[in-house]
Write a protein that binds this ligand. Structure first.
Ligand code: TA6
Length: 288
């Protein structure tokens, strides 16, 4: 137990070069390797000093998405130390599972005075990473509302070659155009400029093409009705001290969350949401 208390990093190792690494700071997944290929982007300038969110991987956004008059942008979960409830263990089917939790503490209550408990279960499968989240309200009489989002930074060879499906017809808030509301007309969305959009009530599945080693990434989500697409491009890259000026071509944020309408959690109730990331080759792709 002492060893665990000392460490900040938990590794799930499924064997044959399939691993997942979580930093207890923000329960941030900082690495997911499939056949020893890294699937996630982490900036070379990311800070791991526990003072700010890790720039990359999959930060856990809760209870607020975006600017917050009560506290830090994107809430406190991604800058708070989580607890390892269950160390990595192999399941009967060969998957590896670990369970993390975060509950209210002096720091969170100083910002947002509600009791809560989040359980975060990660399961590493052969070419998949599963995220199961439960948010529980232990209060006898107080409800609270929250946003929640997995801020996934995908690693890509060149973002200009990526296509994102599953957004056509959805309305989106465009933060590059003063938050105006538009409707997506394209069957596949591409990113060729600063992009910062909150797509609302999106389908449960997106496919992102041309991720690492030219493969595709399927993002399946449950109870996460919205999808944020973000790439800072060159000018906003320069505004971030923990993001290299030349890094924007190699990342694409596709973020499943509850953003456009906060979740209302009644006393004694629980909210569950999950995401599955699955890396796959095009079925008709020639075996190279
Ligand atoms: O998810 C997109 C976004 O809301 C962008 O507006 C940008 O601010 C990004 O999050 C990163 O935010 P951060 O607080 O991590 O710098």
């Amino acid at each position: 137990a002492v060893a665990v208390a000392a460490t900040s990093v938990v590794v799930l190792d499924r064997g044959n070069n399939t691993t997942c690494t979580i930093n207890l700071h923000g329960a941030t997944v900082v690495s997911w390797r499939v056949n020893n290929q890294e699937q996630l982007f982490v900036s070379k300038l990311a800070s791991f000093d526990g003072k700010k969110a890790i720039r990359g991987g999959i930060p856990f956004v809760f209870p607020q998405f975006g600017p917050w008059s009560f506290g830090p942008q994107h809430g406190f979960a991604r800058i708070t130390r989580w607890h390892l409830d269950r160390a990595p263990e192999r399941l009967h089917n060969g998957d590896v599972e670990a369970i993390f939790s975060l509950m209210d503490n002096e720091f969170t209550r100083s910002i947002w005075n509600y009791q809560f408990r989040i359980t975060y279960r990660l399961i590493l499968r052969e070419k998949e990473l599963h995220f199961h989240i439960g948010v529980y309200n232990p209060s006898k009489d107080l409800s609270f509302t929250f946003n929640m989002l997995l801020h996934t930074y995908l690693k890509v060879p060149d973002v200009r070659r990526c296509q994102i499906t599953g957004l056509q017809g959805c309305h989106f808030i465009d933060k590059t155009r003063e938050g105006a509301l538009y409707q997506e007309g394209r069957e596949v969305v591409t990113v060729n400029e600063w992009t910062d959009r909150i797509y609302q009530h999106t389908p449960q599945e997106h496919v992102i093409t041309n991720v690492v080693s030219g493969r595709k990434m399927r993002l399946h989500k449950y109870n996460f009705p919205d999808t944020v697409i973000w790439n800072p491009w060159i000018d906003r890259s320069r505004e971030m001290s923990d993001f290299g000026d030349d890094e924007f071509p190699n990342m694409l944020c596709v973020e499943a969350g509850n953003v456009s309408s906060p979740v209302i959690l009644l006393p004694g109730s629980c909210f569950e949401a999950s995401q599955i990331l699955q890396q796959f080759k095009c079925p008709y792709e020639l075996a190279v």
